[in-house]
Design a protein around this ligand. Structure first.
Ligand code: C5P
Length: 232
């Protein structure tokens, strides 16, 4: 499995997204389509981006009763994404439902990963808002183990948690890490952050980078910086 930089295409229209992608000329990218773009454009955006030669991580973070998630994943399996996800907080049974839904079409399925705790959540908000009192690293490791038990391929987590997750779930268990910021960059609403170089050092498999690339003065340069710090 190769390391890669995934660009979070958090745009509210197809036009904004395609204008952004034009800057990259013939480069073949791994792009994350999240709720904002997917809800604005509908499922056809996935095929359109795949037809341009890019890979797609469809980040819809499903979280519902097992049957609903299973049936929704069955529908999503025909869209053609390379990676998709659910919330591990939906329980092992829900994650098993997601996998069953994706596999039911008998085609090569996308990678299925689970969000542990959002990288915008910190210890204090987890305790106060969610009434979860264990240390956040333990909660994340526990959710990761549940994800593995359910048969999924890996988790979305902070780069700060990769070493622990790999030690608990094994080195082949995939870690996809948002919360990436350059050393001198704006943090915004993220809480558990790291630089691309540290994400590499700690063993992350994919970094997900949104605003540090999409809002940069020169997005191509920022992307190349991520690739050279994380992949090369
Ligand atoms: O702009 P920024 O680099 O913070 O974007 C991070 C992206 O990763 C966003 O699209 C966000 O929805 C997503 N994400 C996250 N934390 C998670 C899961 C997904 O930030 N745990």
């Amino acid at each position: 499995m190769g390391k890669d930089v995934i660009i979070a295409c958090d745009f509210s229209s197809k036009e904004d997204c395609l204008n952004f992608l034009k800057k990259f000329k013939d480069e073949s990218l791994f792009l994350k389509i999240g709720m904002e773009l997917f809800y604005a454009t509908g499922p056809s955006i996935v095929k359109e981006i795949k037809d341009m030669g890019h890979k797609v991580f469809l980040d819809l973070k499903l979280h519902d009763i097992p049957n609903t998630v299973m049936k929704s994943m069955k529908v999503l399996s025909s869209i053609g994404a390379d990676m998709t996800n659910v919330h591990a907080g939906g329980t092992i049974k829900m994650m098993q439902g997601a996998l069953k839904g994706l596999e039911s079409e008998n085609k090569q399925r996308p990678l299925l990963i689970a969000v542990t705790q959002l990288t915008s959540t910190d210890q204090e908000s987890m305790q106060k808002d969610l009434l979860i009192n264990s240390p956040i690293e333990d909660v994340v490791a526990h959710y990761a183990l549940n994800t593995k038990k359910a048969g999924l391929d890996g988790v979305v987590c902070s780069p700060l948690e990769v070493e622990k997750i790999k030690s608990v779930c094994g080195k082949d268990f995939i870690t996809v890490t948002p919360g990436i910021r350059f050393a001198d960059g704006e943090v915004g609403d993220q809480a558990r952050i790291a630089t691309p170089a540290n994400a590499k050092k700690w063993g992350s498999d994919y970094i997900v980078v949104g605003r540090p690339i999409t809002q940069a003065e020169d997005p191509v340069k920022a992307y190349k910086q991520c690739v050279s710090d994380f992949v090369d």
